[in-house]
Design a protein around this ligand. Sequence first.
Ligand code: ADP
Ligand code: ZN
Ligand code: ZN
Length: 818
Amino acid sequence: MIVEVALNLPIRKSFDYHWPDKLTIVPEKGLQVLVPFGAQKKGGVIVRVKKHSGITRLKNVETLVDEEPLFSEELLKLTKWTSEYYFCAWGETLNAAIPGGLALRLRTTYTPLTTSLPGLDTLSQKPQILIDTQSTWTQQEWLQCNPDERDHQQLRNWLSKDHVQSTQVLLGQKTKPKMERWIRLLKPDNPKNSVSRRKTKRQQIFEILNENREICWSDVQNRVNAPSQALKKLKEEGHIEFFEKRVYRRFMEGGLPEIEPFKELTPEQKSVFEKLSDSLQNGTYRTYLLEGITGSGKTEVYLHAVREAQKLGKSCLILVPEISLTPQLVNRFRSRFGDHVAILHSGMDDGERFDEWSRVRHGFASIVIGARSAVFSPMKNLGLIVIDEEHDPSYKQGETPRYHGRDVAIFRGYEAGATVLLGSATPSLESSNNVSNGKYELLSLTSRINQALLPEVRLLDMKTVPGQKGSPYFSSELVEALRLRLLKKEQSIVFLNRRGFAPLVRCSKCESTFTCPNCSLSLVYHQVANQVQCHQCDFVKPLVQRCPECGSDHAPIIIGTGTEQVEENLKMFFPAARILRMDRDTLHGKHALSKMHDRIRRHEVDIVIGTQLVTKGHDFPEVTLVGVILSDLSLNIPDFRASERTFQLLTQVAGRAGRGYKPGKVLIQTHNPRHHSLLCAKEHDTRQFRELELERRQNLRMPPFHSLTLVVCSSPHEKRAENLIWEIAEKIQKLSSNKNYSNTAQFTSEIKPIDSVQVIGPIEAPMKKLRNRFRWQLLLKADNVRPILRLLKQVLETPPSTRRDELIQIDVDPHHLM
Ligand code: ADP
Ligand code: ZN
Ligand code: ZN
């Protein structure tokens, strides 16, 4: 038998291996195996079993990692589609699809087969002592002796002549099932009338086992002092047996939340739900876009739809942006569906995630709530997929595989015949366009629950409104509004999408800015830590007075503002207020975000200042004011999605105000009061924004009307990056003008053939240098993605040869053109 194995390597093909007789089980798709690759051993997944291979001298599969397939047929198909659409290796997608990845740890050990090794005395001192004193040694121990080239040569020599044998031991997956020792009662004791009043250990154990026939070893230990000997004896007598039982590590603290009844739906919610219910009953694929203003009760609709799917015996997948995955949301599901809910997100450790994933795989949990990668969860019989905040940019993965969670979910729904529900107050233009062209069906919720009104929004033109003494970043109107809320004991949110104290530090003498040595970016000043940091790589250093350029000792100038500085301003304006800063720098530990949410809910905080973290995923009824500082930040990014992002961010953050019984107010400080993103956000006019922006995109020939793919070449050497991209560009140009790229597409397409792929660039990337690599890029544009993929496939069949530390990255449907 031959098996085809997908490896977690950036090579877009799988490799054939021979299935050795020593592996007694029949090879099967989806099994995880360990195979030799070059001089190394790699973990991979069997993606095909076949009789013949085009290659003659095949290597053997080394070992089987697990006897149960890790991936079902459905997931193999989904990951294959993902890797083809996003132009990456299948193994890379498989690796991203399981918690902890395919990483396996191996230990190599060496054992001499003869008593005296020839040439032992020619080794350097330390390796010689190692071999002299140990009967076997590990590779790690060998390397710790700092062997030189001659030592390595000698070892290789011994290995080739079978004087020394090397063995590799699989240390298992990074994440393993956690097992517990349990005790089972087989034969009860004949109780003898004991004379002593003190119970023997034996009696105590029987007492416990009479209550529960099966009990965990550690529970017995808690109740009986040092029970081991007594237990052993009972086992020998055949009264009890020991067994291993798998326990599932759980992320959620405490038990299940109290059961909460389903809310009766409002007429508007009801008509949305009925559509979904019909679709679920129907059992065929359909995608719905639920456009519902903030606070209109979308989540309640999701809950009802999940209940309906469960009634039909179907499992459900709920995707949410990472930061909305808070206990409040999770508890809303757990209080309705209990332990049928599994949670998957990156804040959990590998063991917890692996166990939740296993609960899904074994059918113990049929409702999965998770961030992006949960789209690959192993549930069977999928009936409903919900993608909450479908417009959220965090659904797009920033590293290989660069997939979009929403789009992969839709493919999965299509294959499974599931109902897919995209929800948002500010749908993406892609999804809106798919409503226009009939691919999705639109559902809407137009009013807030409890007749709450959308907040009044005012744009404050910072060029004309009176400023506040003490900070150029505050208008006096915002400060007064905050003061009023403090007096009325209501809560406020101040939003600024930039952490740190100030984004620029400049020498007061030579005027050079402090930049990151690894990236072409200015360093951001963080006052609390008194250091400058790069927000792209991990570079940090203490802020020093001396200028790195001219050596002047004049104090550097700090320019601009960030959340730290706004917090400082607020403390100055309102010394008695309780202020909470919520950004990545103040989030420490696993449950930090939810602890902050609890504090806000309990009204232990008057003003929250924060980045994007404050904009979504929670419901604070006491918040009546939202202030936005520097609302134009996201507009100034050189990206065609800048307007869309700005509109979405402002609408989302404005939606935090006035969700309870008290009306809300939003003050947006800006330098662009006439920009359509701001004007539409002010009017809560999603439709107007969509129309304006779609027209603009059509004129620019940009998504959603055209498809983009970004190719980035990076290298530590500037010239190399440039040469690499040019090599690709020239090949593309040639092929695409010849129009002779092959049509053996793996994408069965009913779409009309496309004439050309437009090549834009090569240009130096806007982010010229990142993590010590220079970057050049080119952009491919076509009517849809298929011709681009066909072209890339041909061009990269024989990719330009890259050195170590050089990369060719392909980003299909990129979210940043930086
Ligand atoms: P969204 O997800 O659209 O922002 P939510 O589902 O969080 O809105 O609903 C906002 C608030 O209204 C929540 O506190 C929720 O419990 C409540 N709510 C939702 N639907 C109903 C309903 N049918 N009856 C009463 N309260 C509801
Ligand atoms: Zn200087
Ligand atoms: Zn950097």
